[in-house]
Structure formats: C-alpha cells, structure tokens
Design a protein around this ligand. Structure first.
Ligand code: ZN
Length: 199
C-alpha cells in the first residue's frame, strides 16, 4: 500500500479485520470517513466505543445491554416455545417476520469440526441445562440456515432434545437449500416459521 499518514493506516488496518472487508475496501471506507466533519467522526468513534458496554444475556446468551435482555424479561412472550438460532443477529431477522412470539436461545455458531466448532465450543450444554430447568418449554424450533453445517447442527440438536421428551421442529422447506436466513426476506421466513415441521 502507498505510504499514507499513520492515522489512515491504522483505520485501514482496523477495518480490514471485519468480515468481507479486504485492504482495498478498507481504504475506500477510510477515505469516505475522511470526508466527514469532525463532529460526525467523533460520533462514529463514540458509537463504536459504546459497544464495550454490550454484554451477553444470562438466559438466552444474546448480546444485551443488561444481564437479562429485553426479550427474556418480556412477560408477554410465550414460555412454552424456544427458538434456537446460530447467532445473536438472527433474532432481528426472525423478529422482523412478526410470526414468532416465544423466546430464543443463541447457540453461538453451527457445528463445523474442521473450523473448530464442536458441541463443546458451542452453547450445547447451557441449552440442555435450560431445557432441563424449564419443563414448560414444550417445543424447540431449530432455526438454522438449510446448508450443510446448519443441517448437521439441527440433526445433532434434534437427537439431544428429543431425548428430553420435547417436540423439535425446524423451518419449513420454503427456504431454498443453502439459503442464509440472514438474507431471506421476512415473508418467506415468516411462512417457513409458520409451516415448521417436526423432526
Ligand atoms: Zn435474553
């Protein structure tokens, strides 16, 4: 890379750490930031810095501002159904469908032993503990993207959860194979939720 002033280099190298952002894109973003006013730069800096205050909800393991997130504290949410998702951000995707009113649990990824994601590194034990402590949970929805790792994870979890005597469902086949639920539109995802089937 050409020699730029050190502050430019440090922002480029920080942005390059983000997924999907290579050095060229990072440089483009950095030059776009240089066009902003000092006030706007301060406010972006503060917003990023405030991420330090984010913690993990002690019940669903999603990112939260408090030890217990708003969804887990919401008494209007159904207690008899639990939706298991790979990542915290999947909650926003599923909430946008307006088709689900139960609670969530974040597994922290999908089984992928080659990349080091095993039942031990994922939140499998906390999930089983939660189910054992909450007999009122009658149905567990496995809302993973229907690709190889998502399917492997769902097969593994379904076996474990079935052995606890709970009904296990997964999203209907409205989702194309290999689709990422993060990029599926709300209507399709909502239909897949409503039409979920038992596994
Ligand atoms: Zn929570």
């Amino acid at each position: 890379m050409r020699r730029f002033p050190a502050p430019i280099h440090s922002v480029v190298s920080a942005l390059s750490r983000l997924p999907g952002v290579g050095p060229k894109t990072a440089l483009r973003y950095t030059f776009a930031l240089l066009l902003l006013s000092p006030h706007e730069l301060d406010s972006i800096g503060r917003a990023i810095s405030n991420l330090r205050n984010i913690q993990v909800c002690n019940t669903c393991l999603a990112y939260a501002e408090k030890p217990r997130c708003e969804l887990c504290s919401d008494s209007k949410r159904l207690d008899n159904v639990l939706c298991v998702i790979a990542e915290s951000r999947d909650i926003a995707t599923l909430e946008a469908t307006n088709a689900y009113h139960g609670k969530y649990f974040v597994l922290g990824g999908r089984l992928n032993p080659i990349d080091g994601a095993t039942p031990e590194t994922l939140n499998v034990d906390p999930l089983i503990t939660r189910l054992e402590a909450h007999p009122e949970i009658e149905e567990v929805i496995l809302a993973f993207s229907p690709d190889v790792h998502g399917e492997t994870t769902m097969i593994y979890l379904a076996r474990k959860i079935n052995s606890l005597g709970r009904k296990v469902t997964k999203l209907a086949r409205g989702l194309p194979i290999g689709a990422d639920i993060e990029y599926t539109d709300e209507v399709t995802l909502g239909d897949a939720l409503i039409g979920r089937r038992e596994v």
